[in-house]
Each structure stands twice: as structure tokens, then as C-alpha cells.
Design a binder for this molecule. Structure first.
Ligand code: 6PG
Ligand code: NI
Length: 204
């Protein structure tokens, strides 16, 4: 249902066994192979990838003009699974226009949103059905599914001009990682993460 963003429209989030948008324009699929160096356990990553390029998450989007004032929206499905002890997750990103926020509404499943600012401030918020999460401007965000069997399903809306900056996160990952410890999710430090003032020095 391509829209120009200038006229009101409605659609439904169908709530059957499989949650779905009643209409969408774009379906993005992300597999393990697109997440090189993002999971902490590189050996576990290579082992899984040598057997199969697992489906990590899918996004269904409603296409609208990528302009300030417009709100882009859709739903993400993060599938259950782990690489080593680390749960399946999205790549995560800052918005390219960093002063843009995002709203999430959790429809199904359990997990976390892992967030951080360019200065290294961090936050991790639990997601469960009916929870709304506000990601403020300047906060990078990554969703993590800690459910054993169920998808984590989240609705999102963010400004049309936001864009995505994946590069900063790809270099060293988020400051905090979500891993399984004694059968339950735990928040741990990412040993590869460096504070902002040490990043350029180490790279040089
Ligand atoms: C966005 C949203 C969200 C996100 C997906 C996939 O700004 O587009 O945060 O829709 O794109 O959950 O996550 P990645 O874009 O990090 O792969
Ligand atoms: Ni975003």
C-alpha cells in the first residue's frame, strides 16, 4: 500500500498465531552471514555458519517518503537462538541523523533493547508484550531475543529522515552484551568495547 505520507491511512497488526501487518511494502531478511564480528564467540559463529546461514531476524516496513515530519513504521521479528551463549539480536545502529528518536511497542516474546550514546552511556530495557519503549535521540539501539522458542515481535516508528549508521557499531559492538548464564539472560561487558577517547588511538 504505497503511501505518500500526506493522507491518513490505517492498517492492522493481525494477531493470530502468526503476527503480521495487514499490508506492507518491504520485507528485509537478515542472516548470520551479515553479522560477522558482531557476536562475541567468533568460533561458535564460524561453526554455525559452516553448517547453515541461520535466519536471525526479519523486518516488514510500510514505505513512506524518507523525510523529516514523516514517521516510518513496521514490525521486526527477532527469531530465537544463540551464537555460543549470546542470544540472536539485530545489528543495531545509531540513526544517521543522530537527534532522532524511536518508539517501540512489544507485541510478543521476551528480550531486551540494548542502547548506548556516542559518549558511552548505556541502558538495557526488558521487553515483554504490551511494553512501550522510548529510545531518545542520540541512543543507538539493538533488540535481543532471549526467548527459548518464541520470536520477539516489536512494532516501531521513527522519523523519516533518520537514516541508519551501522558503521560505528560494526567496529566494536555495543558496550553491553546479553548472554545466557546458568540458564537465564545476563548483561555482561563487551571485552572488545573501548571508551570513546581510546578508539582512534587503538585504530591508528
Ligand atoms: C530502524 C528501527 C528498526 C530496525 C530493525 C532492524 O531505525 O529502522 O530501529 O526498524 O531497523 O529492528 O534492526 P537493524 O536496522 O539494526 O538491522
Ligand atoms: Ni532505529
Amino acid at each position: 500500500m504505497p503511501q505518500n505520507g500526506n493522507l491518513p491511512f490505517t492498517y492492522e497488526i493481525l494477531q493470530g498465531e502468526n503476527i503480521a501487518l495487514s499490508a506492507y511494502d518491504n520485507h528485509i531478511i537478515r542472516r548470520l552471514s551479515s553479522m560477522k564480528n558482531q557476536f562475541l564467540d567468533l568460533a561458535a559463529y564460524d561453526t554455525i555458519l559452516s553448517k547453515q546461514d541461520s535466519l536471525l531476524y526479519e523486518v516488514y516496513e510500510i514505505r513512506l517518503p524518507e523525510e523529516a515530519g514523516v514517521l516510518l513504521q513496521g514490525i521486526s521479528f527477532i527469531h530465537p537462538g544463540k551464537v555460543g551463549d549470546e542470544y540472536f539480536m539485530t545489528k543495531g545502529h545509531f540513526h544517521a541523523v543522530i537527534e532522532t528518536a524511536e518508539v517501540y511497542y512489544c507485541l510478543r516474546g521476551t528480550g531486551y533493547m540494548v542502547m548506548e550514546t556516542p559518549e558511552g552511556e548505556w541502558a538495557v530495557k526488558a521487553l515483554s508484550p504490551h511494553k512501550v519503549l522510548y529510545v531518545p535521540p542520540r541512543w543507538a539501539h539493538r533488540s535481543v531475543n532471549t526467548g527459548a522458542q518464541e520470536d520477539l515481535v516489536i512494532f516501531f516508528a521513527y522519523p523519516g529522515n533518520a537514516g541508519h549508521d551501522y558503521g560505528s557499531i560494526e567496529k566494536q559492538g555495543f558496550r553491553k552484551l546479553i548472554v545466557e548464564r546458568a540458564g537465564v539472560p545476563a548483561i555482561i561487558d563487551n571485552p572488545r568495547w573501548l571508551p570513546p577517547d581510546r578508539r582512534n588511538n587503538e585504530a591508528a
